[in-house]
Design a protein around this ligand. Sequence first.
Ligand code: UGA
Length: 445
Amino acid sequence: MRLTIFGTGYVGLVTGACLADVGHQVICVDVDAKKIARLRAGEIPIHEPGLDEVVHRNVAAGTLEFTTDTARAVAHGQVQFVAVGTPPDESGAADLQYVLAVAETIGKAMARRKIVVVKSTVPVGTSDKVRARLAQVLSDRNSALEFDVVSNPEFLKEGAAVNDFLKPDRIIVGTATDHAREVMKEIYEPFNRNHDRTIYMDVRSAELTKYAANAMLATKISFINEIANLAERLGADIEEVRRGIGADPRIGYHFIYPGLGYGGSCFPKDVQALGRTARDIGYDAPLIGAVEAVNTRQKTTLFEKMANHFGGAQGLKGKRIAVWGLAFKPNTDDMREAPSRVLIEALWAAGATVVAYDPVAMDETARIYGARDDLMLAPDKYAALEGADALAICTEWQQFRAPDFDEMADRLAAKLIFDGRNIYAPDRLSRDGWTYVSVGRAPAY
Ligand code: UGA
């Protein structure tokens, strides 16, 4: 089938490449000419395992094309996916200007019936706004062309996006018409051969499903972090508690890892936007606000532990702190809302110097912070430790899990680790003379 994808960001690019990979004829269109030029030159703007290969393979096969030519893009696809950004505006609400601009572009250029599929994460009611905008543009043109609007939210995880797309847990299709339902069925048929994972529903339910899923996951994280904070003050070990509660299949072991709070481009934005939606309709939703508040506080906990160790924030002045892990989670270079940033900025405010290392987010760190006297970018994880007064771990990259502790001790000025991801066994480290401070494990710091 001929498909058009508006937006070559994270969701658009993965969606376009993966739909091309199963045989659809895909055009990805973006207003950012530089980005399109880079993509045409074979450069993938994001770090996502496996994505280069899928993009290159399909560009070479002629099934995937990149363009800035919106008229051609609209003419191409029977189905037009909208995968442009919905960043939060100052009030925390999702900014819909890009989504609605695409609706306008499609309305102005379409010459045949189209199905417009909203893939961007958008507040409930947005598909109705897209429908209204398109209808308006068509009526301005005196056109009687028909169109359908479908909500088809995306559930990709960064770092596993290609796999998530090719092997989805579920495909949510919100539509009011049989025509759109049939076409969506055909698009996703290659992913459903052995087991149909598509769940059809009305448009608003599909839109809310996306927010409910992310808010539920964020709630699990804030919940376990709250219990972790209690555990360390009560002399309990959150890792034991985690295993103990996870054994109940109603709770499960997934997504209840304590840490420094959730980051990234999705949970913080989506939890905020859902809270905003509730406020807009005058409904008090205290749980959603609490999830966000717990998370904001959790991001500061590693700094607080360090400050306590050094006798208050002033004790960090002039200290050199190594930081391992800058990305908001492993396997990505994305540092949006990353807990590492909250720690690093607090360390700077206290007058400490940071020596940072991340397996892939070094360029991103340099881009965000530029050159500064109190930031050094280390070429590898051990180099970051040279002469440092402590190590702080913010992201649980595999390569940090089993390091050479002797080498670490040789390089560090003190055998002191603040671990925001609980990747080491406390017994082993304390046996070897380390001071090891982690999350939710006594002693409280
Ligand atoms: C999240 C969802 O998991 C996807 O299903 C969704 O499609 C996506 O948002 C989106 O809306 O686009 P992502 O932001 O890539 O995906 O990252 P996650 O793997 O979910 O991790 C989010 C944050 O939670 C990370 O900072 C991670 O460190 C933290 N986390 C996760 C924990 O602190 N504990 C856990 O047990 C799990």
